[in-house]
Ligand binder design. Structure first.
Ligand SMILES: Cc1ncc(COP(=O)(O)O)c(C=O)c1O
Length: 408
């Protein structure tokens, strides 16, 4: 980061998070970040006033309409989409299944879909299962087992004139790898295939631009970017209008509502808006539209988290009793590691005893950890940073992982 570039005032930022007062180091962000007071306040405020269902002619119903419109506008700003292309739902997995079912209706026997071994299972299994049901072939993009990269060149072979869909992650939830999604999408679009991008782990760390990524569908989950447990899929409204998702007969047929089943958690939508506002406000001196402020704030987040992560990553790689999984070049601030001689659960328990939150397991990156041989070891331990982590915390985590040596 150069002089004069916006910086994150982490002391101020930490003051926004009541959850940080529990005395733990929260390095479990990939499974869900803490929420700032503004998000909790937005949700509880939405429940303190009359909230009705949508579509009524009375004021509390109009208020609910506003909650939905605001959440859609916020997510659109976050990923560079338009409100009418923002489908909200309970989580990314449920929405991916909904889109997969709708797309599968357009597939024909002999068509092909391409999934990647790098992905969270949420962006693999729906496609594989729907492909099986329709008689569509599944082709797999492989991970370089030395580096944990997902080489884009392999898509030259994988994508054929029969390819209908390419599903790929913008960032691995297990080892942080950020593949060249735009290059993969260019290859997919050259044959008329659609691209479904899982941005659940990218959204908290970089400013996304759906069009620049070439994502026909882009999925995010607000609980990874300081919001509540709500998911969203963003697409071109014209594309959504072409698809026929499962839908109750009396439910609205307009876009994007036709993809949203049942009565949603309107109060949580208030939290989605507050979460995007939180990100946009991380740099207090950022000005302009919310998208402009997001651009500045997320650049500061990326620079700040990147500096901390490089330190963590290099320190762990230098420890002889630790094996960091993969060695990707472009990453989010997430890594997984093993300690040969200790079960991952034991490592996580030892870190927890030292007041560090760290996940163990395969993190639903089952295909990746099978391919890399990590599951044979019982999985790995994951550390993921968020913009509220400090250098002091990272130093403490490094010391704590170093101290595991004495338990061997
Ligand atoms: C990369 C990635 N994709 C998809 C998911 C699934 O998201 P959700 O829990 O919203 O269904 C996760 C959850 O951790 C994830 O990390």
């Amino acid at each position: 980061m150069g002089p004069g570039e916006p910086r994150l005032d982490v002391a101020r930022v930490r003051g926004l998070f009541p959850g940080l007062s529990d005395g733990f180091v929260h390095t479990d962000a990939p499974a869900g970040t803490l929420v700032p007071e503004s998000v909790a306040h937005a949700v509880s405020s939405a429940m303190r006033v009359p909230v009705a269902n949508r579509g009524g002619v009375f004021p509390s119903s109009a208020r609910t309409e506003g909650l939905v419109a605001s959440a859609r506008a916020a997510v659109a700003d976050l990923v560079g989409g338009v409100s009418t292309g923002v489908v909200l739902g309970p989580n990314t997995t449920t929405l991916t299944y909904a889109v997969a079912r709708a797309l599968a209706r357009t597939w024909r026997h002999g068509d092909e879909v391409v999934v990647s071994r790098l992905d969270h299972d949420a962006n693999i299994r729906p496609w594989v299962q729907l492909a099986e049901q329709v008689g569509v072939a599944v082709r797999w993009a492989e991970v370089d087992i030395e580096t944990g990269e997902l080489p884009a060149w392999q898509y030259d072979e994988l994508i054929t004139p029969r390819t209908r869909l390419v599903a790929v992650t913008a960032a691995s939830n297990a080892i942080g790898t950020r593949p060249d999604v735009a290059a993969i999408a260019t290859r997919a679009h050259a044959v008329g295939a659609l691209v479904f991008v899982d941005a659940v782990q990218a959204a908290p760390h970089v400013l996304l631009d759906r069009a620049a990524l070439g994502a026909d569908f882009l999925a995010v989950s607000a609980y990874t970017f300081c919001g509540p447990h709500v998911g969203a899929v963003v697409a071109d409204p014209a594309l959504l209008a072409e698809l026929a998702p499962d839908r109750l007969l009396p439910a609205p047929d307009r876009v994007p509502d036709r993809f949203e089943s049942g009565t949603p958690p309107f109060e949580l939508y208030a939290g989605v808006t507050a979460a995007v506002d939180h990100l946009a406000g991380l740099c207090e001196d950022a000005v302009g539209s919310r998208r402009d402020r997001l651009r500045v704030s997320m650049a500061a987040v990326a620079a700040y988290e990147g500096g901390l992560f490089d330190w963590l990553d290099q320190a762990l790689r230098a420890m002889r009793h630790v094996q960091v999984v993969g060695f990707p070049e472009h990453t989010t601030p997430t890594l997984s590691f093993t300690v040969p001689g200790m079960r991952p659960r034991q490592v996580a328990a030892e870190l927890s005893r030292r007041a560090i939150c760290a996940w163990d397991g395969d993190f639903y990156a089952r295909e990746l950890f099978d391919a890399l041989g990590v599951n044979e070891l019982g999985g790995a331990v994951r550390l993921g940073l968020a913009h509220y982590n400090t250098a002091e915390e990272v130093g403490y985590v490094i010391d704590s992982v170093a101290a595991l040596r004495s338990a061997l």
